[in-house]
Design a protein around this ligand. Structure first.
Ligand code: DC
Length: 231
């Protein structure tokens, strides 16, 4: 059976990674969380003090890019690949609200995007990949056979994110999370390089009123159809 490329884009916390992981598992495809790569670069910038609340030394970050190695290692127990920064598992460290608050300015830098897009294209060159992010259907895999553009209201998304962070033991309040979600939407869709846009041939998918299972079933059917159309 021919393998396809599945590109899932959309605003933050729309549940892209949840359904992308489910699809990859059901189809025996590789799942790649491209946002984790931007988060790992952000973590590197934080660790080296290139970015903090007051300033962002983007030139230093750009000059250090060749020293940033991002890789993924499949975790059998979790059932998905965790992200590593220079050989260290940073899957948990990249999910904090602090990283979320710095990631958009880092993801605006063209040099960062160029490096990560090249790596993403390499990971998907043999197809059989489900990748989620902001520019997967527009820039990374413009020829993907199935493109989904996910959306949900900002409140629904902030609520999901808030509970996720609470479950992880973070000390946060809902308003802070809602503010971060809206701010990132704004920066991600207004930046100059590869702004978040629905690709012309992407299927728009609002999941505000769908359960995780309903969303999975619908998208799996779309994926099966795209696979059979290709075969
Ligand atoms: O999907 P996420 O929320 O973990 O992504 C974190 C940030 O990375 C997001 O605010 C925008 C950026 N990003 C991007 O610019 N392009 C991608 N393909 C994926 C993420």
């Amino acid at each position: 059976m021919n393998k396809i490329t599945i590109a899932i884009d959309g605003f933050s916390s729309t549940g892209k990674s949840t359904v992308a992981k489910q699809l990859a598992k059901a189809l025996g495809y590789v799942y790649v969380d491209s946002g984790a790569m931007y988060r790992a670069v952000t973590l590197f910038a934080m660790q080296h003090n290139f970015i903090n609340e007051n300033e962002f030394d983007s030139k230093r970050l750009i000059s250090e890019l060749q020293n940033i190695r991002i890789s993924f290692n499949f975790n059998e127990e979790l059932g998905f690949a965790e992200v590593y920064l220079n050989g260290k598992n940073v899957e948990k460290d990249i999910r904090t609200l602090e990283v979320s608050s710095f990631v958009s300015p880092v993801a605006e830098i063209s040099e960062v995007r160029k490096k990560l897009v090249e790596q993403q294209q390499e990971m998907g060159k043999n197809k059989g990949v489900v990748m989620d992010g902001r520019d997967i259907g527009t820039v990374v895999f413009p020829d993907a056979e199935l493109k989904i553009f996910m959306n949900a209201s900002a409140e629904t998304r902030a609520n999901r994110r808030y509970h996720e962070l609470l479950d992880r033991g973070e000390d946060i309040n809902y308003d802070e999370v809602l503010h971060n979600v809206m701010l990132r939407d704004n920066i991600d869709s207004s930046r100059e390089d590869s702004p978040l846009r629905k690709a012309k041939d992407a299927i728009e998918f609002d999941n505000s009123d769908l359960t995780v299972q309903e969303q999975f079933t619908t998208l799996l059917n779309l994926a099966k159809k795209a696979i059979s159309d290709k075969s």
